[in-house]
Design a protein around this ligand. Structure first.
Ligand SMILES: [Cu+2]
Length: 149
C-alpha cells in the first residue's frame, strides 16, 4: 500500500512540475530597488522619484504608465541639458529589456510626482505602481527623503 502511494506521488509530481516551471516563467516580474522620493524645499507639491529597476525575466517589460494613491499624478520624466540649461520632458515609456536594468537618478530619468494627497515627511513610505499594459504591473516601495538628502 505504501509503495503504491509513493508511485502515485511520483506520477503526480511529474504531471505537475512542468506546469509549475511554465507558470514561474510567466509570472516573473521586474524588481524595484533602492527606491526613494526627494521632497522639495518649501513644501512645493512636486516631488521626484528615483530607483533602480532590474528585469531578470526572459521577456521585456515596458513601463507605459506610473500611478500612486499618494499623488494626484505621476509620470515618467527625463532631465536633459539643452545649451547648458537643465530641462525636463515627459517620457512616453521606459523600456526594460530582458535581463536588463534601468537607473532612475537625479539628472536623468525620474518620476515626476505631483499633488501629494497628504503632506509627506522624511521617513514616510509611498507605493508607486509601474504599469506595462495587458494588466502587467509592478509595485515599488519608495522611502521619502528630505530635500537635498
Ligand atoms: Cu521632472
Amino acid at each position: 500500500m505504501k509503495t503504491r502511494c509513493l508511485i502515485l506521488v511520483a506520477i503526480l509530481a511529474c504531471a505537475v512540475l512542468p506546469a509549475c516551471a511554465r507558470d514561474k516563467a510567466d509570472t516573473c516580474v521586474p524588481v524595484v530597488r533602492d527606491a526613494w522620493i526627494r521632497l522639495v524645499p518649501g513644501g512645493m507639491p512636486m516631488h521626484a522619484g528615483f530607483a533602480r529597476i532590474d528585469n531578470p525575466c526572459k521577456t521585456p517589460f515596458t513601463v507605459t504608465a506610473v500611478a500612486s494613491d499618494a499623488y494626484g499624478s505621476a509620470s515618467l520624466h527625463e532631465t536633459t541639458l539643452v545649451n547648458g540649461i537643465s530641462r525636463m520632458r515627459a517620457l512616453p515609456q521606459l523600456a526594460l529589456p530582458a535581463g536588463g536594468s534601468v537607473e532612475l537618478e537625479p539628472g536623468g530619468v525620474h518620476l515626476m510626482l505631483m499633488d501629494p494627497k497628504k503632506p509627506l515627511k522624511p521617513g514616510d513610505h509611498v507605493v508607486l505602481r509601474f504599469e506595462a499594459g495587458k494588466g502587467r504591473a509592478i509595485n515599488g516601495d519608495f522611502a521619502v527623503r528630505a530635500a537635498g538628502g
